[in-house]
Design a protein around this ligand. Structure first.
Ligand code: ADP
Ligand code: MG
Length: 492
């Protein structure tokens, strides 16, 4: 195994072992077992049914949409769909859990084993096992920072459907953990089963981390709860690895516990001792019969699946001869893939060469400019059609690659099309032999002694002449033509 997977301690290398439990909020109008709205951002306690409020005697009724979403996601994770699954009560006492239990799935989840493939920066791919996906209710929210001596409770989120997606402990680095979450997010967004908005809490990650010496069996893990950004995920893993390695190297033991990530410090701290499953007193919810799915219904769902990121990546590589890395970048976010595909439609001509050029401009220039201005692709001032227009101008040699950067800046500022801007600013590349020869002759006449030196064998000077000609023509001369014509003139 590659060294990047090892964490250096004073006693030598340690291997990181990571497993992730991702809570993904199901995209649905209403909650898992009630008709109350599931939308984010409403006035507190305006989306609460009697079921969500834990009123005695209320009966949960499963929301078919949520089941369908879980099945879809299961397919997206190449996983087994279990035709029979069971809802259990997981007992807790939390102020924001009025029923005193969460309805979840324990021994028989709706989705079983699967996997997803992650792409790493060095171009390699790794397969991470998925242990299971189960459906469960979210809890409400306790709000402690709005009153000096009171806590408030908002039950809007209580009962909203979550998919808990559990990975095998196959992840070996912070980079892989980040790639896993990004890939999972791309898949659920593509499927429309979760919006993946980590900042709104629609996707939260519990990170299980342990360390071991190469070849040893797994060490004791700590679980870091509710990490809500990819940046924090990497920070939490690095901190945890350092903490555990330091303890072990001092001869101490790791306690299995649940820890909280403190994003302002980049550290983790203990929250509670890790519960064992038996602490929750799981038992099948007597209000809910086992969930039985018909094979044909499940098959119908499979047929409605959109093209998933991996398939899209393979297609981009095959049809447009893109590298694995470029293709992976283009499919990593739905918005990027749609932008690219929209732009492809406008490319004239559409060939592997122009598609590759388009991909380079999107990944390089567009992303670069967006980053500089801290903008998302949706706010890009250059539309997909306009970016293709620019590529077409380069392809037709109306402008050189160098002038294209200037045109790009103008497009960014004005939102206008490349073709129009090139005309407005007179940026067309000069490919007229006569015009170029006239300038060449002028440059050679002005630099007579250097021409002699060149002819006397100082060939390095060629670049100087090219530079002078380009300068005299404000960078607009066709560079290939300048080279050819200049050679002819100098050698004649
Ligand atoms: P629980 O339900 O109590 O959290 P699980 O056995 O379901 O425990 O595991 C939860 C997560 O912890 C999974 O993602 C799994 O891959 C991961 N995991 C299990 N053992 C280890 C370990 N030794 N080191 C790191 N992660 C682990
Ligand atoms: Mg857990």
């Amino acid at each position: 195994m590659d060294n990047k997977y090892f964490y250096e301690g004073s006693s030598g290398p340690w291997e990181l072992v990571i497993g992730l439990e991702v809570h993904a909020q199901v995209t649905a109008q209403s909650k898992l077992f009630s008709g109350a709205a599931a939308a984010f951002g409403a006035e507190p306690n305006t989306q609460v049914s009697f079921v969500d409020a834990g009123m005695p005697g209320m009966l949960p009724v499963i929301n078919e949409v949520c089941v369908r979403q879980a099945v879809k996601t299961g397919f997206g994770l190449n996983a087994e769909i279990n035709l029979v699954s069971v809802f259990d009560r997981k007992n807790y006492f939390y102020a924001d859990l009025p029923a005193g239990y969460q309805i979840s799935q324990f021994t028989r989840p709706i989705v079983g084993k699967g996997y997803l493939d992650i792409e790493l920066e060095d171009g390699t791919t790794r397969r991470i096992g998925i242990t299971r996906l189960h459906l469960e209710q979210d809890a409400g929210k306790s709000i402690h920072d709005q009153h000096p001596d009171k806590s408030y409770i908002d039950l809007n989120r209580a009962g909203v459907a979550l998919m808990e997606i559990v990975s095998e402990p196959d992840i070996r680095s912070a980079e892989e953990a980040a790639a896993y979450v990004r890939k999972l997010r791309a898949i659920v967004r593509c499927l429309g089963t979760c919006d993946g908005n980590m900042d709104q809490g629609s996707m939260r990650v519990d990170v299980n981390v342990s360390v071991r010496k190469a070849g040893a069996s797994f060490g004791t893990r700590a679980e870091i709860k509710n990490v809500n950004s990819i940046k924090f995920l990497a920070q939490a893993i690095h901190y945890e690895a350092e903490r555990q390695v330091a303890l072990l190297e001092e001869g101490q033991e790791i306690v299995q516990e649940t820890r909280l990530f403190d994003s302002s410090r980049g550290t983790t701290r203990p929250m509670r001792n890790k519960e064992q499953a038996h602490d929750y007193r799981y038992f099948p919810d007597p209000d809910l019969p086992p969930l039985v799915l018909e094979a044909e219904w499940v098959e119908e769902i499979r047929k409605t699946l959109p093209e998933l990121p991996d398939a899209k990546k393979t297609r981009f590589m095959k049809d447009y001869e893109l590298s694995a890395y470029d293709a992976a970048v283009l499919v990593s976010e739905m918005e990027t893939a749609s932008y690219f595909e929209e732009a492809l439609k406008c490319l004239d001509p559409l060939t592997p060469k122009t598609a590759k050029l388009l991909a380079n401009w999107l990944i390089g220039e567009v992303f670069g400019a967006l980053n500089r201005e801290n903008k998302a692709l949706e706010a890009c001032p250059i539309s997909p059609a306009h970016l293709s227009g620019l590529i077409t101008e380069i392809q037709k040699e109306v402008i050189s690659g160098k002038i294209a950067k200037e045109v790009f800046s103008l497009m960014w500022e004005t939102g206008k099309e490349a073709e129009i801007l090139i005309k407005e600013h007179g940026l067309q590349q000069v490919s007229d032999d006569g015009a170029i020869i006239a300038i060449i002759d002028k440059v050679l006449a002005e630099n007579g002694s250097m021409v002699e030196e060149y002819r006397g064998g100082k060939e390095k000077l060629f670049g100087f002449f090219v530079g002078q000609v380009m300068k005299a023509m404000a960078g607009k001369a066709n560079p290939e033509l300048v080279n050819t014509l200049l050679k002819q003139r100098l050698d004649s």
